[in-house]
Design a protein around this ligand. Structure first.
Ligand code: SF4
Length: 256
């Protein structure tokens, strides 16, 4: 499993972002998330609130400024500054202020870099989070299924979040978002999971249409997953799902 041991990491080459400088707003020695996705590259969620230490806004601001100044004019000057890391970035209580800082620093030292946030769409009920996400160039929100039982099996939200609530909040972006969907199949806890079936697509696609995103990112599992026996969906299958989305007039990108 992969954990990011720094607040600012990389740049790394990413399938979706190009040369990407990462920002981890979660602990640097463990994962912290409000989901427990069975495919999470950071491993299973074992949140320990009593030991929770999150990056400090001021320290992050300084580190990001220094890093961008150092990268300026080099081949590693990032295409993107990406909020990802060891869990869900929007959980950080100062997320909105950190986005403002990041925009300020980016404008000053690396104006060509876009800012992207990879989110699981769980905190969009908070107006401050939504407002911050509307300021970044790539507001990337997870929607792996349109079926409630699959959501609970695949993403395992820790609270009482439902997929209908997730969608209700995604609609508040009025289309200024990118939907990310990971397709996978296998077995978990004795149950079969497959979000590529016709029944799944028939539930997911109308929601995507309703959300009307700038485009949809479709991708398979890439590295090791905490649940064993998950299958990487072949590229041809992903492309066939993408064609169905495109047929609804929504742009789609397949990352394989
Ligand atoms: S939302 Fe992201 S970080 Fe959280 S468990 Fe799922 S894949 Fe991992």
């Amino acid at each position: 499993m992969i954990l990011f041991d720094k607040m600012v990491f990389g740049p790394v080459y990413s399938r979706r972002m190009g040369v990407s400088l990462g920002i981890n707003l979660l602990p640097d020695d463990s994962k912290y998330c409000n989901f427990n996705c069975i495919y999470c590259e950071c491993g299973w969620t074992k949140n320990n609130r009593s030991k929770l230490v999150l990056p400090k806004r001021e320290i992050l601001k300084e580190k990001l400024s220094k890093r961008l100044q150092k990268l300026k004019g080099t081949p590693e000057e990032p295409d993107a500054i990406t909020f990802a890391g060891n869990g869900e970035p929007t959980i950080h209580p100062e997320f909105a202020a950190i986005i403002d800082d990041t925009i300020e620093i980016r404008d000053k030292y690396s104006p060509r870099s876009i800012i992207s946030v990879l989110s699981n769409a769980s905190m969009n009920h908070k107006p401050a989070v939504r407002k911050a996400l509307q300021k970044v160039e790539m507001n990337i929100q997870k929607l792996d299924t349109g079926i409630e039982s699959t959501f609970h099996l695949l993403n395992q939200p820790l609270g009482n979040l439902t997929i209908s609530k997730v969608v209700e909040n995604l609609l508040l972006f009025n289309g200024k978002l990118i939907v990310q969907t990971l397709f996978v199949r296998g077995k978990y806890n004795g149950q079969t999971i497959d979000n590529t079936t016709p029944e799944e697509i028939a539930a997911w696609l109308p929601l995507v249409k309703k959300i009307n995103p700038q485009y949809v990112m479709i991708y398979p599992i890439e590295r090791g997953t905490p649940a064993e026996g998950l299958e990487k969906i072949p590229e041809a299958e992903l492309k066939s799902i993408a064609e169905k989305v495109e047929a609804e007039g929504i742009k789609t990108k397949v990352y394989f």
